[in-house]
Ligand binder design. Structure first.
Ligand SMILES: Cc1cc2nc3c(=O)[nH]c(=O)nc-3n(C[C@H](O)[C@H](O)[C@H](O)COP(=O)(O)O)c2cc1C
Ligand SMILES: [Mn+2]
Length: 449
């Protein structure tokens, strides 16, 4: 059986990485509780929402990310890449627990779902652990993760500013004055969250990526009111359409995955026609920035590995540091042939909106920031080893690109920097021979303690 969201919670608990909160919790206090917890939390008793439990802080450390992916901590990127290499198509099933309860018409009420205001200054409560399904007549089915801001009991905003497949799907409907149908599944396994946030080519169905990560097909059920399919084992699903109104409604502010309290944006509105969920569902509250950043890292890293291999450069390790939100920086070590430090920079700078890339040789442990600093210190000559790219695609929420100066719907650009911290061509490797201690292999400290 494919692993579900609940299976992941059990795995966390078995690894001692999940705490159960049994005392009744006021929804308004959940955000602070999650932010203080070193473990994942499952709130079993949410005041005024007797049907629901609430889970959060599930993937807020490398350890729990590795647990989600079932691999050692430093192998996360390689494990994700493996999943991408064995795409497995989903299967349709007749029914699933995500439709045990079906609410339509007057029963559609977003206030019945326990989702609190998360960050001070947010424009409203947000649904952020979303797997959003859509379809395009030409490009087929698509998954993405998109946040939804509460507006009314049947409407939310949707953040659809950055260039993405779904933004393009929506634009194509909008050009014909039509809405875009979407289904939003929440409480799905991290593999499905990762697949949704992976930037697959536009004509690729990301359910096959989720299948590849699971190693088996994802069972899907047909939605009740839209022509879309959602994971049968999801906790909660919203069905409806993004209205053909363009980027005209204010959405935000939101505590962004950049750690910054973001600005108001202009976005369309999502109208909910139907809500389905499990009996006694678990609501997944995904807070910014750490949970988003840890989920973003393997996606950025795997895209980097692919870019390197396409450029016929051999990667050894890669890391998207969580300090750069798992998104803006890539540090990679390679097995270099002459000139490939620069080839690697060019390949990695092409990944999404990555704006800083550091490339080292394979003797550098890129998971150790001190080792990276050492390479930067002794292998870089700034007049030779930097590449600066002007006016590449940027991302709004980076304040340094001044996107606030642009009008509604505008898309910003950014400069990109690559640093080749591999041993320069012509400098003998032996000049980097590290210190060895006399007797190092013979003498054992434990024999003396
Ligand atoms: C938790 C989470 C929340 C996200 N929220 C948004 C969002 O609100 N807006 C957005 O444009 N991208 C968001 N992303 C990134 C997109 O999901 C990502 O770019 C994805 O590849 C888009 O898929 P698509 O291009 O196939 O539509 C989020 C990612 C994660 C992991
Ligand atoms: Mn896509």
């Amino acid at each position: 059986m494919k692993k579900s969201f609940r299976d992941f919670l059990s795995e966390l608990e078995q690894a001692g990485e999940l705490a159960r909160v049994k005392k009744p919790v006021d929804l308004r206090d959940v955000s602070a509780l999650l932010s203080q917890s070193s473990r994942a939390l499952l709130c079993e008793n949410v005041k005024e929402y007797p049907e629901w439990q609430l889970a959060g802080a599930l993937v807020t450390s490398r350890k729990r990310l590795a647990l989600a992916l079932g691999c050692p901590e430093n192998d996360v990127a390689l494990r994700f890449e493996q999943g991408l290499e064995r795409l497995i198509e989903p299967v349709m099933v007749e029914d699933g627990p995500c439709q045990e309860v079906v609410l339509q018409g007057k029963d559609v009420d977003l206030t019945a779902i326990p989702y609190p205001l998360m960050h001070v200054y947010d424009g409203g409560p947000y649904l952020s652990a979303t797997l959003v399904v859509s379809k395009d007549p030409q490009f087929g089915r698509n998954l993405g993760s998109y946040r939804l801001m509460y507006r009314t009991p049947t409407e939310t905003g949707i953040d659809l500013v950055s260039p993405s497949d779904m933004r393009r799907y929506y634009q194509r409907q909008l050009d014909q004055g039509k809405p875009l149908e979407i289904a939003v599944a929440m409480g799905v396994h991290p593999y499905e969250m990762l697949a949704a946030s992976y930037k697959a080519p536009i004509n690729m169905d990301e359910y096959a990526v989720a299948g590849g990560l699971h190693g088996e097909p994802v069972p899907l059920v047909k939605c009740k009111t839209v022509d879309l399919e959602v994971p049968a084992d999801a906790e909660l699903v919203l069905e409806g359409e993004i209205l053909p109104m363009g980027w005209t409604a204010d959405e935000g502010p939101f505590g962004e995955f950049s750690q910054i309290s973001g600005d108001v944006k202009w976005n369309p509105i999502f109208r909910v026609k139907c809500i389905t969920h499990r009996r006694n569902p678990i609501f997944y509250l995904l807070q910014m920035p750490w949970e988003n950043d840890w989920l973003a890292a393997p996606v950025t890293e795997a895209a980097g590995l692919r870019a390197l291999r396409n450029a016929s450069v051999e990667p050894v390790a890669i890391r998207a540091p969580v300090g750069s939100c798992g998104y803006w920086t890539l540090i990679a070590s390679i097995r270099k042939r002459p000139g490939e430090g620069k080839n690697a920079l060019l390949a990695l700078l092409s990944v999404a909106e990555v704006k800083l890339v550091i490339v080292t040789d394979d003797d550098i442990n890129i998971h150790d920031p001190d080792d990276v600093d050492w390479a930067l210190t002794f292998r870089v000559q700034a007049d030779r080893d930097l590449i600066v790219v002007h006016d590449a695609r940027g991302k709004h929420i980076d304040p340094s690109i001044k996107s606030w100066e642009m009008g509604k719907g505008g898309l910003p650009t950014t400069a990109k920097l690559g640093i080749d911290a591999t041993i320069p061509e012509g400098v003998p490797k032996k000049l980097y021979k590290r210190i060895e201690y006399y007797g190092q292999n013979r003498v054992k400290l434990e024999d003396y303690l």
